[in-house]
Design a protein around this ligand. Structure first.
Ligand SMILES: *Cc1c(COP(=O)(O)O)cnc(C)c1O
Length: 373
């Protein structure tokens, strides 16, 4: 039995020195006394837009708000249908409902677990206004097909790239495909802040202007309200921390990919274990390292007993959530999404994870299948 334990996630000083740089940036922002918007936020917006190869970025309070702002900017509202994958984090779907639109769920691909254009196409109706591809677990969706489908039916593509900052399709970064796209800087995301944060990115000037006003009570000039907006601004201290992390995002993602490769090599051909599959011309930045087995619950229990923490993304697919009973779906509506919910397990993977920790995970997965295989 290994004596090393492995947390599912931990904040480590990776790359070395980043923690001190963040502390210094926070102190600088603190002493700057500009606590709402200001230079740190504007500078981060410019730097993040450049990274995503998108014209503009607008920082907001969290990833959920980013989705709402994106939908609003795209003019999505009452009665409009928006196609979303059945296997996503609930925020994607809640945002659609928040703007008064109707979420239309679709099955993920059974190999890479992302929504595909072919599957989305089957759900297009005259009321369809938008599609939200979610780059699930950190893997880029095959975006070319979505762009074609959108131009055929005059639809808006809004990417949810909360889990995939830095991933790309055909060499182009996720976030840059949608007319407007949304992301989250929740602390455990690949580009994580020290609290809540999010952003929309777009190359459409009018949409960016709308988003900038909408997040700030609908005003461009103080106390002059052009539209009815909300209050959802990226916090200034969070922006300061994100500015330190952004230049390291590729290094952080490379480390995630290295750790993923170790799992891929060492966990191959064990029992009924299924490892992540990456679609052609897509990259995967492993926000989550998902494995699948029919013995998921037993494996998770065994790993906990050995001191290995895991997670399940996600145990209940959207259409079987109590909150979404009103949509009228039932068990069997989305067999792929349902099977994913029953068999998926997320292994520990985070920048700074030690070789000993990863060895412990690999060792324990092997011993489980030796006993239960
Ligand atoms: C994290 C996440 C969000 C929401 O982000 P918050 O900042 O927590 O609101 C939205 N979509 C996906 C796919 C996510 O993983």
């Amino acid at each position: 039995m290994p004596t090393i334990q492995a947390p599912y996630f931990a904040f480590r000083d990776f790359p070395a020195g980043i923690n001190q740089a963040i502390e210094e940036a926070l102190l600088r922002a603190l002493r700057g006394q500009q606590y709402i918007l200001g230079e740190e936020v504007s500078a981060f917006e410019i730097e993040f837009a450049a990274y995503v190869q998108s014209g503009r970025a607008v920082g907001v309070g969290n990833g959920y708000d980013a989705l709402v702002v994106a939908l609003k900017a795209a003019g999505i509202g009452t009665g409009d249908e928006v196609i979303v994958p059945a296997n996503t984090f609930i925020a994607t779907v809640n945002a659609v409902v928040q703007v008064g639109a109707i979420p239309v769920l679709a099955e993920p691909d059974c190999y890479n677990y992302n929504l595909t254009a072919a599957e989305a196409a089957a759900h297009v109706t005259p009321r369809t206004k938008a599609i939200i591809p979610v780059h699930l677990y950190g893997q880029a969706c095959e975006m070319s097909g979505f762009l074609e489908l959108a131009s055929q039916h005059n639809l808006t593509i809004i990417e949810d790239f909360a889990q995939a900052q830095g991933a790309s399709h055909k060499g182009r970064p996720v976030g840059s495909f949608g007319r407007i796209s949304a992301t989250s800087f929740y602390p455990t995301k690949n580009l994580g802040a020290l609290g809540d944060g999010g952003a929309v990115v777009t190359s459409d000037r009018a949409m960016a202007d709308f988003a900038r006003m909408y997040r700030h009570y609908g005003q461009q000039q103080k106390y002059h309200n052009e539209i009815i907006g909300i209050n959802s601004r990226l916090d200034t201290l969070q922006a300061a921390a994100l500015r330190v992390k952004l230049p390291h995002l590729d290094a952080l993602n490379n480390e995630r990919q290295r750790l993923a490769q170790v799992y891929q090599t060492r966990l191959q051909g064990i029992g009924d274990l299924m490892l992540p599959v990456t679609a052609p011309e897509c990259t995967h930045v492993y926000h989550i390292f998902n494995i699948r087995t029919k013995q998921r619950d037993a494996l998770q229990l065994y790993l906990i007993e050995q001191g290995i923490q895991t997670a399940i993304h996600y145990p209940v697919p959207v259409h079987l959530q109590e909150a979404y009973a009103y949509l009228g779906y039932r068990k069997g509506s989305f067999p792929v999404a349902e099977e994913l919910a029953e068999t998926s397990l997320s292994l520990p993977l985070f920048p700074g994870m030690t070789a000993a920790e990863q060895e412990a995970v690999i060792y324990c997965v092997h011993t489980f299948f030796e006993r239960h295989g």
